[in-house]
Design a protein around this ligand. Structure first.
Ligand code: 3HC
Length: 311
């Protein structure tokens, strides 16, 4: 049975009235937003690592500049989202400590290796493509700071997706070796991208509540289907083969039927035992330790400035 406050809160959410940081909110609403937004921020920060691996190896200056801009955008998305989580009372130090200790989750997709340049194309096309499908609805979610952060993130994400698809277009129209490289990247990135949208709806412990609170506007499987329907057409345009023998247009449903993802792999990656989980956290830990002096210097400078202004 809802309390009077919870009833008023739910009415506001049902009327699409934005909830702002100073508004009353159920503790569970605050908690699940801190959970989701902090994991979203962690994903953006960790997401820089697979792509960063190719900044020094980009095939041309132009591709290097574009990739640099994209990785820089991801850092900004992460900082944006940590700030959104802070409006709910989360402490940035605690969130970062939870990531570095391995306690916090971040998107499974970033625990896979980037073995060739075509991976950078597949990531932009599929991973940022899936991310856009997941993030556009969040622009209309009930929590103000999160929804507003997503507006800018989605604009930049669209550039990320276009540059990835452009790489895949060039490779799929190139030499036999380039086509093979593009197909190999699709083979390795397809299923992890399908799993990005989370477990099946019936396995999703958070969806029902998150949908009632309009944090989640569409279910995991709805967004997954939207992603697959779009990517299947795009792969056809690239003359690349999606590695799913069960992928087939179903005119009765008006969607593509598709095979069952390997959920054992999904949960294994979430438990920290994916191909690159350890390497990703190691990289973050050493970057965090290496940046200690910068944080100390910034705090010392801020204290000096405050002292000067106070005197
Ligand atoms: N990777 C890691 N964990 C995942 C996951 C994934 N792909 N999908 C689901 N999970 C976790 C959930 O966090 C949850 O665990 P928790 O309760 O400990 O947090 C558990 O699996 C069950 O999943 P649910 O469906 O019940 O969880 P949610 O309701 O939170 O739905 C979600 C999962 C759809 C990822 C949702 O959290 C969400 O929309 N998050 C915000 C968007 C986001 O994080 N996008 C992906 C990464 S950002 C990105 O791609 C950046 C771009 O630049 C490439």
């Amino acid at each position: 049975e809802l309390s009077a406050d919870e009833r008023t809160f739910q009415d506001r959410v049902d009327q699409d009235i934005r909830i702002e940081p100073k508004d009353w909110m159920p503790e569970g609403y605050r908690k699940t937003l801190i959970r989701q937004i902090s994991q979203h921020a962690h994903s953006e920060i960790i997401g820089q690592l697979p792509e960063g691996n190719w900044i020094t190896r980009a095939p041309s200056l132009r591709r290097k500049l574009i990739l640099l801009a994209k990785v820089q955008d991801e850092a900004g998305h992460g900082l944006y989202l940590y700030s959104a989580a802070e409006t709910l009372g989360a402490s940035r130090e605690d969130m970062i400590a939870d990531l570095l200790s391995g306690k916090a989750k971040y998107s499974s997709i970033f625990n896979y290796p980037t073995l060739t340049w075509a991976d950078i194309g597949a990531i932009g096309w599929l991973v940022d493509g899936a991310a856009i499908i997941n993030q556009v609805p969040i622009c209309r979610c009930s929590y103000g700071p999160y929804a507003r952060a997503m507006v800018r993130v989605c604009k930049e994400e669209s550039f990320h997706q276009r540059q990835g698809f452009d790489i895949m277009m060039v490779l799929s129209r190139g030499t036999e070796a380039q086509k093979a490289m593009a197909q190999d990247a699709l083979n390795r990135w397809w299923w992890p991208s399908v799993m990005m949208h989370g477990p099946r709806d019936e396995e999703s412990v958070n969806s029902a509540q998150s949908m009632q609170w309009r944090i989640k506007l569409f279910s995991n499987d709805e967004l997954r289907q939207k992603f697959i329907d779009e990517a299947a057409e795009q792969a056809g345009y690239l003359s690349l083969e999606i590695p799913d023998p069960d992928l087939k247009w179903n005119p009765d449903r008006g969607h593509y039927d598709y095979g069952e993802p390997d959920w054992d792999e999904f949960w294994t990656v979430l438990k920290g035992n994916g191909p690159c989980n350890r390497e990703r956290l190691e990289a973050r830990r050493s970057a965090h330790n290496g940046g200690e002096w910068v944080r100390d210097a910034a705090v010392a400078y801020a204290e000096k400035r405050q002292a000067r202004q106070a005197s």
